[in-house]
Design a protein around this ligand. Structure first.
Ligand code: ADP
Ligand code: MG
Length: 609
């Protein structure tokens, strides 16, 4: 047989790559805005027509490109932002992959005009489906202008896949806001079909937030600041009384990049503690500054997720910072030293009576105590939780409405109506997931992670209280361990007993187990103990967890129901029941999701209702 492998032509390779980088007009908007910021611009405008399907234009006054760079910018892996792999650990720009322009040019008709300060004339390039149609000099001002016309003109399947104009515009606005919000030092404007949507002057972070969400938000903001060696936190949270029933305005930025992080979100939510009920969500706008070598932004093509080296410490710092900010706010509710005079929100209306400040101080509170790192484990009422399936408040529908991207995880706080009872749908998929239905959509639960979360909370409590529940074995088992494992078992003897094991040493490296934690049911004791030790060692070397936390995590991992196990209806029901009785049902201690939601409206939309 003759050779059949061929290298793909660049245009085809770019088109394939484009699928990952440019999913919809909003993705192109994000890339172009970020490029404009990386170019040091201080004025950026965005013009869209027909929800970006006909035109996306971004104009900036940044440093522009030379003729050669202008041409090169459309090549794949062409970037001015990193030079070597080492630079990946010190990224100070938005872009670095050098694939956005190549991708966009593969699937659209692109016109670029750009000029550097020192030249009299600029360069104009027209490129369509990766093919350069025209390149000439042009008369333009310093900076760059990209016009993207007819996105996906040569990929009809993609174009047909786009949602209605209002939905696509919503996505574009969302991207615009995320980028503009954290760059208050740059003036941004946006026009949709000739109408001005935003016109944001340069100013402070507070001014930018009010520019985007309206002046009314100003009085709701409580400033947050914290400066540590690990991270600097700066920004605002909403006052508790303005908390929302939907998870709307929640923004984390890390080194000026918008990110999503369920774990850090929990830190903020947790800082509000008693101030909010379970169904209320604070708004927040928090900028974190971290040494770029301590984060990894290189894990997702659209880059809203990043990895932190020090996630737990950051959790604690954010929680503390927000708590302190709220504490200060309680002391002086009407005095806001950060108030900027350009807002016409009076500090005190003359008719307001001046309240005696009330001071709430938690004497036990010690910001340096690391106990706050791990979310505390509290059991909450499990009564009637299943009626959560019967009703989600209208608000919850809005909560998940934001969830458009497949696989995107959204944490929701279920609301239930005790009057209504509806039979619960539970369906196991691929021996791995449990599908269940809500009024406003569906939940998919990962069976193994769900069980791990449940066990983690149980075992943490047992360790904390120093006693787990033991089920005696009918026939005690003698187990031989490797010398190293036997050593470790000796060392962890007390804790292992506290987990609920009835275990005694019998000779050099043998142990006799007469009872096991009740959580284990009838599982293979030897396998569980070996799995526990294995996981414990791994966590110790990689995560440097505290002993208790490590043990609870390792034990939960080792003893959990695994993917691949078929579950009966009753087993699924018990699992889901217990999951929602957990303090933090939505994720594992490492932040990985246990549940994802599918919004009914999205489904309807996909079926074109
Ligand atoms: P990346 O941003 O990852 O480097 P892009 O494909 O987005 O990759 O852009 C490629 C290169 O084109 C950038 O590295 C930059 O040198 C140049 N470039 C893109 N947009 C602009 C702009 N608005 N102003 C100046 N240079 C730009
Ligand atoms: Mg870029």
């Amino acid at each position: 047989m003759s050779d059949i492998i061929k290298l793909l032509p660049d245009a085809v390779a770019n088109q394939i790559a484009a699928g990952e980088v440019i999913q919809r007009p909003a993705s192109a908007v994000k890339e172009l805005l970020e490029n404009a910021i990386d170019a040091g611009s201080d004025t950026i405008s965005l013009v869209i027509k027909d929800a970006g399907k006909a035109l996306i234009q971004v104009n900036d006054n940044g440093f522009g490109m030379s003729e050669t760079d202008a041409r090169l910018s459309f090549e794949r892996h062409a970037t001015s932002k990193i030079k070597s792999a080492d630079d990946l650990f010190n990224i100070n720009t938005k872009g670095f992959r050098g694939e956005a322009l190549a991708s966009i040019a593969a699937i659209a008709q692109v016109e670029l005009k750009t000029k550097v300060e020192d030249n009299d004339l600029g360069t104009q390039i027209i490129i369509e489906g990766s093919e350069v149609k025209e390149q000439e000099v042009c008369n333009c001002s310093k900076g760059t202008s990209f016009s993207i016309k007819n996105l996906f003109f040569n990929v009809p399947a993609r174009r047909n896949f786009l949602k209605s104009n209002p939905v696509e515009v919503k996505h574009i606005i969302e991207e615009f806001q995320r980028v503009a919000m954290v760059h208050a030092e740059i003036a941004f404007s946006m026009y949709n079909n000739g109408n001005e949507v935003f016109n944001l002057n340069k100013g402070s972070f507070r001014q930018r937030i009010t520019g985007i969400f309206g002046d009314k938000i100003n009085q709701k903001l409580v400033p947050v600041t914290e400066n540590t060696d690990i991270v600097t936190v700066e920004g605002f949270v909403s006052k508790p009384e303005f908390a929302k029933k939907t998870r709307g305005e929640q923004y984390f930025f890390v080194n000026d990049r918008f990110i999503k992080n369920a774990y850090l979100n929990h830190a903020v939510q947790n800082a509000f503690d008693q101030l909010l009920s379970k169904d209320q969500f604070p708004s927040y706008f928090l900028k974190l500054t971290i040494d770029p070598s301590k984060i990894d932004i290189n894990i997702h093509p659209t880059k809203t997720e990043i990895k932190f080296e020090d996630e737990r410490a950051i959790y604690a710092i954010i929680r503390t910072a927000v708590k302190q900010a709220l504490g200060k706010f309680n002391i002086s509710p009407t005095l806001d030293f950060e108030q900027e005079s350009s807002f016409n929100v009076p500090l005190l209306k003359s008719t307001d009576s001046i309240k005696t400040p009330s001071i709430k101080v938690n004497k036990d509170y010690n910001p340096f105590e690391t106990k706050t790192v791990a979310p505390e484990v509290k059991k909450q009422s499990t009564e009637n939780w299943e009626s959560l399936y019967s009703s989600f408040e209208k608000d919850s529908a809005e909560i998940i409405e934001h969830q458009e991207k497949k696989g995107e995880q959204q944490v929701i706080s279920p609301q239930w109506d005790e009057e209504e009872e509806v039979k619960q749908t539970l369906l196991q998929l691929h021996s791995k997931y449990i599908l269940t239905q809500l009024k406003s959509g569906s939940l998919i639960i990962d069976q193994q992670r769900a069980h791990e979360r449940i066990l983690f909370e149980d075992f943490s409590k047992n360790l904390e209280q120093g006693k787990g529940n033991t089920q005696q074995l009918l026939f005690p088992e003698t187990i031989d361990f490797t010398t190293a494992d036997a050593e470790l078992l000796n060392e962890l003897n007390t804790e292992i007993k506290n987990l609920g094991f009835d275990i005694d040493k019998m000779g050099k490296s043998s142990f006799v187990v007469s009872g096991v934690p009740t959580e284990l049911n009838e599982q293979n004791v030897k396998k569980i103990l070996e799995g526990l030790l294995e996981q414990f060692k791994l966590n110790e070397s990689e995560l440097k967890l505290k002993k208790h936390e490590n043990l609870a995590i390792s034990m939960a991992r080792s003893a959990s129901i695994k993917s691949g196990k078929n579950l009966s209806y009753e087993e699924m029901k018990a699992l889901v029941d217990q999951l929602f009785a957990c303090e933090m049902p939505y994720s594992l201690p490492n932040g990985k999701p246990t549940i994802i939601t599918l919004n009914l409206e999205d489904l309807n939309q996909q079926f074109d209702y």
